[in-house]
Design a protein around this ligand. Structure first.
Ligand code: ZN
Length: 681
């Protein structure tokens, strides 16, 4: 599968992308799934101009070009050779076209705090072209922040700090290793999305009859041009920058001073950014395969992975696609021997994830009501195998136990002192605390990949799984992410030569899915959820308890809602454990419905403030970094340090409102666990 999937570039909306969708559909039918069909949507996509590559140039005093960035990554000799002749050149998807000229300001990672630093140093980005490095925050947010502050363009590059190893023996660059050469460029989309889905049909499916807003009405689309380059080209720009030297935390690993700008060093005087990128509404193709459940066909366990890639996608996403096709192959085999799951298994190969998760968003917008009623869980795998060190898992709290149990059943494929099973190795290499025997770390859902609409829009519990490298912090993704060098050669030579770790991921993914599809009582754990909510409450109280007290705002109602939820979870689980395995199917169904409804109870149909399409009151991350309830956490952060300032009266009202809203939703979740005919009403 891996070879076939990574033979050609297969960007969303292209013929090769469509062909690969057909390949997945036919494969699923051949493997024996009950059905496999294509679910198309017409969405706004973005492509580079076919003949006029975007570039950045350095100009001297007379306006002559001293240097021009490379139009694309040069092919590198590898075995087997990768066909990168039809490669999609580096571009900033959804950037408007245009030519701008100006001097450069370095914005580091382009976080809010970075722009604050610039302001405190008296460096303005207004009327300037900004240059920043990848990492720490999304492309769309970097661009939006620069745009909001009056910048006229953005250049993003990958600094060696983020894409070249510093440990001994870990520094070899492609095609001799896993790290990025200076010519490698990360592509990606620059939408400023806040959960609305495809830009022109916010909140509704992009069907052929859908009403579409004008592009100028979309808040997601950037208005200043952007381009992306590798560090060889970035060095040429950065070393000609003037201005004062940046603080050490702003420095990357290039052999230069790193300066703020905006002055340029002679003979350089300006930079030209020439961007040729266009948008087009085209058809994308999700593929949906189904194995009908025998006893509960109306309960769905959904497995998903995107198929589209900026280029060959050997890691992102097709290491995951290969695992998905391997799972369906095995299940097809089991079906030929008469097996059929208790609940329905649904497999989805999403399109246009790279352009902004359009495939999954539009599908959830079309079928959200049904999925909200019937989906048990969604299990996402995007990059299945980035490296072979440890598992990185994200989960809604209630699914943590089923994941751990599944990991205990999967053998680790190579011998290591860290253990024989995935669970043992994972616990050792990614413990929750520094204590070596603590259980493995499992994160809450984040903002990337196709699980987002499931959890944040409609409250379906999710898991997101990937096998990753050791240095999670320094290399947030993997060095060749979204570059032309994400090839079969990369996987075969440096990541997983015998594909044993692909097998491991298929086993894990398949085990979790089967537990969810076959268990008599759903393996959804309310107490784990209650613990997470309790931790969020503790964070709030420890950090801000005195501020609440000083403002005479009582946390009592929230505290008791949190306690009620824990209590309800405990009572519910006690009752469950007193049931035998041979319970009446209707009784089992009653408990299972309660387990499913618990997550839905956190969904606020009116949405989170400032992001109305994110509706999960616990698991939509905050606008600011906090470890507490997202909307309340944001409101708390907006108060700053002095809550008594009369100028903050409006903000204080907002905080009180958010406190009452989150209290209600936690109590509402507790109510879903109460005895169905009890006095809760
Ligand atoms: Zn991906």
């Amino acid at each position: 599968f891996r070879r076939i999937l990574t033979q050609k570039p297969h960007m969303a909306g292209t013929q090769d992308g469509h062909d690969l969708a057909d390949y997945v559909r036919r494969t699923w039918l051949d493997q024996g799934l009950d059905s496999a069909h294509i679910a198309p949507y017409d969405v706004l996509l973005s492509y580079p101009h076919p003949d006029r590559p975007s570039y950045v140039a350095l100009l001297d005093d007379s306006g002559n070009e001293m240097f021009r960035s490379s139009p694309g990554e040069p092919p590198l000799d590898v075995d087997p050779p990768a066909d990168i002749s039809s490669m999609v050149p580096p571009f900033a998807a959804y950037s408007p076209s245009g030519v701008v000229e100006g001097s450069l300001v370095y914005i580091n990672y382009g976080r809010s705090s970075d722009f604050d630093t610039l302001e405190s140093r008296g460096v303005s980005v207004r009327g300037k072209i900004t240059i920043g490095r990848y990492g720490r925050t999304s492309r769309g947010r970097k661009l939006r922040r620069a745009q909001d502050r009056g910048a006229i363009g953005l250049i993003l590059y990958s600094d060696p700090k983020e894409v070249v190893g510093t440990g001994s023996g870990r520094t070899r660059m492609y095609p001799d290793g896993w790290y990025a050469p200076g010519s490698a460029v990360q592509r990606g989309h620059f939408l400023y999305g806040t959960g609305e889905g495809e830009p022109l049909t916010p909140g509704y499916p992009a069907t052929d009859y859908a009403y579409r807003i004008d592009q100028s009405e979309s808040d997601q689309l950037p208005t200043i041009p952007a381009h992306v380059i590798g560090y060889t080209d970035a060095l040429e720009l950065l070393r000609h920058m003037g201005g004062s030297i940046v603080p050490s935390s702003w420095r990357g690993l290039l052999d230069i001073d790193y300066r703020f700008g905006p002055d340029m060093q002679h003979p350089a005087s300006q930079v030209r950014l020439d961007v040729n990128v266009g948008t087009e509404t085209r058809t994308i193709h999700n593929v949906v395969g189904i194995i009908r459940g025998r006893e509960e066909p109306d309960r769905y366990v959904v497995l998903g992975n995107h198929r589209d890639a900026w280029n060959l996608g050997a890691v992102d996403p097709n290491s995951g696609t290969a695992c998905l096709l391997e799972i369906t192959r095995a299940l097809g085999e089991m079906m030929r021997r008469g097996w059929r799951p208790r609940r329905t298994l649904m497999f989805v190969s999403w399109d246009a994830e790279e352009h902004g998760m359009h495939g999954s968003y539009e599908w959830i917008e079309e079928f959200g009501k049904i999925m909200s009623d019937r989906a048990v869980a969604y299990i996402n795998v995007d990059n299945a195998v980035r490296d072979d060190y440890t598992l990185r898992a994200r989960a809604t709290p209630s699914l943590k136990p089923v994941l751990k149990e599944a990991a205990k059943m999967v053998p680790w494929p190579v011998s290591t002192r860290d253990g024989d099973t995935l669970y043992q190795v994972w616990s050792k290499r990614s413990p929750q605390t520094s204590a070596p025997d603590s259980p493995p770390e499992i994160d809450l859902p984040a903002s990337a990949s196709d699980y987002v609409p499931f959890v944040r829009r409609i409250g379906v519990p999710i898991l997101d799984l990937a096998l990753v490298h050791r240095y999670t912090y320094t290399y947030p993704n993997f060095p060749l992410y979204h570059t032309a060098y994400e090839t079969f050669h990369l996987q075969k030579s440096f990541i997983d030569p015998d594909f044993q770790f692909h097998r491991l991921m298929s086993q894990l993914w398949g085990n979790v899915a089967l537990s969810l599809a076959e268990s008599w009582i759903l393996p959804i754990d309310p107490s784990e959820y209650a613990d997470t909510v309790q931790e969020m409450y503790n964070w709030l109280e420890n950090g801000y308890g005195d501020k609440f007290e000083g403002s005479a705002i009582s946390l009592d109602a929230l505290e008791s809602a949190v306690a009620n939820f824990s209590q309800a979870a405990m009572v519910f689980e006690e009752e469950l454990s007193s049931l035998g395995n041979e319970t009446d199917p209707l009784v089992a169904r009653m408990y299972n419905d309660q387990l499913m409804q618990m997550e839905r109870a956190f969904i606020d149909p009116l949405g989170i403030p400032y992001r109305k399409f994110y509706r999960h009151t616990i698991l939509s991350s905050g606008l600011y970094t906090t470890d507490t309830f997202p909307a309340l956490g944001d409101a708390v952060r907006r108060m700053g340090s002095d809550w008594t300032d009369p100028g903050k009266a409006d903000k204080l009202e907002e905080l009180k409102e958010q406190l009452s809203i989150i209290t209600f939703f936690i109590q509402s979740a507790a109510n879903t666990l109460a005895k169905p005919a009890s006095t809760v009403f």
